[in-house]
Design a binder for this molecule. Structure first.
Ligand code: GLA
Length: 373
């Protein structure tokens, strides 16, 4: 299996943690269709940790908790598929999952076969309770090989938080996406930390295996399993813009049965999603000026995306000199820009792009088309 663009979908962990159930998953599937999320590209519905009983059965098989999932996983997968969505599940490379449930160490091929039989299309694979002397570098290969030989296309989502030197070896394992950061929580501080941590890892992102900056917190507003302070809508817009600009997978983490209009507008911003999904998957680069850097990304059709993400606690003002991004004054060319949040078209600009004032924790994301000056 080979993937060309960052995966998109929904994951249960950020809002629901252990409080998951068959009805929650079915209602979420319904909403993903009704709200236009599937149509916008969010096609994986993923159940995270805590779906199991505490012990395997007498044949060593994983047993879904019958109170949470009374109809079993095949029936639920069939329902999710009937909505046009793909079905994702969760396991871990150690002896227990992070929340203490049975995990796939030494059961990799058996579990991969089980997931395939249930109709699973995506496996998030965590990194807790690893036995001594079994490095992640080896254990992720075990599951990578098992999934690639289970008889079904299953996207392998490696979740070892960028630890143990994984940027160096994760692509050896068959992973299609890999967590390049620690766990997100619903706070501006967390968005800022994960963003800064990502700067030096951007060079490893690209087709086949994408840097996963973790599930989105957009729309959580301090409610749910990873709640801390919550964020403002402006902060969620900046968070979403960064994940899209950096080409991260987009896994929604809020309760899609209860979204505000603003949350809908953020998650369904077609232009930002188009940027995230740009098939050239080129690395964004920084243009350093005086304060926050500009971020620039060359796109498949020749357009140029430029952005400022104001991670500071004060407003910032800045102009982007076009010579710094490869558009020399003598080229006879200019950039006509579209603001991807307001849809306003500005320019064309020959020498520099005036970004205006970017409020603390805010952002501006523009998509430029090269035109004659
Ligand atoms: C780890 C992962 C999280 C989540 C929990 C579940 O912390 O990084 O994304 O899956 O485990 O226990």
């Amino acid at each position: 299996m080979y993937i060309q663009t960052p995966p998109m979908g929904w994951n249960s962990w950020n809002t629901f943690g252990p409080n998951i159930s068959d009805s929650l998953i079915r209602e979420t599937a319904d909403k993903m269709v009704e709200e236009g999320l599937l149509e916008a590209g969010y096609n994986y519905l993923v159940i995270d940790d805590c779906w199991l009983l505490r012990e395997r059965d007498e044949n060593g098989k994983l047993v879904p908790d019958p109170e949470k999932f009374p109809h079993g996983m095949k029936d639920l997968a069939d329902y999710v598929h009937s909505k046009g969505l793909k079905f994702g599940m969760y396991s871990c490379d150690g002896t227990m999952t992070c929340a203490g449930f049975p995990s796939s160490f030494d059961y990799e091929f058996q579990d991969a076969k089980q997931f395939a039989e249930w109709g699973v299309d995506f496996l998030k694979y965590d990194n807790c309770y690893r036995p001594v002397n079994f490095p992640g570098r080896l254990l992720y290969k075990r599951m990578g090989l098992a999934l690639a030989n289970c008889g079904r296309d299953i996207l392998f989502s490696a979740c070892n938080w960028g630890t143990d030197g994984s940027p160096e070896w994760i692509k050896e394992t068959g992973a299609h996406m890999w967590r390049s950061t620690g766990d997100i929580n619903d706070s501006w501080q967390s968005v800022k930390e994960l963003t800064e941590r990502q700067f030096d890892l951007l060079k490893t992102n690209g087709q086949g295996c994408f840097n996963d900056m973790d599930m989105l917190i957009v729309g959580m507003h301090g409610k749910g399993n990873v709640a801390v302070t919550g964020c403002t809508d402006e902060e969620y817009r900046t968070h979403f813009s960064i994940w899209c600009f950096f080409g991260s997978p987009l896994m929604i983490g809020c309760d899609v049965r209860d979204m505000s209009d603003e949350t809908r507008k953020i998650l369904l911003n077609k232009e930002l999603i188009r940027l995230d999904q740009d098939r050239a998957c080129r690395q964004p680069f920084r243009v350093e000026r005086w304060g926050d850097p500009f971020w620039v990304r060359f796109l498949e059709n020749g357009d140029v995306a430029v952005a400022i993400f104001n991670l500071q606690d004060t407003n910032t003002y800045a102009d982007l000199p076009l010579a710094d991004i490869g558009l020399a004054g003598r080229s006879g060319k200019a950039l006509r820009m579209k603001d991807l949040w307001t849809n306003e078209v500005i320019g064309p600009f020959r020498d520099h792009v005036p970004f205006g004032m970017i409020p603390a924790h805010g952002c501006r994301v523009l998509r430029g088309t090269v035109v004659d000056a």
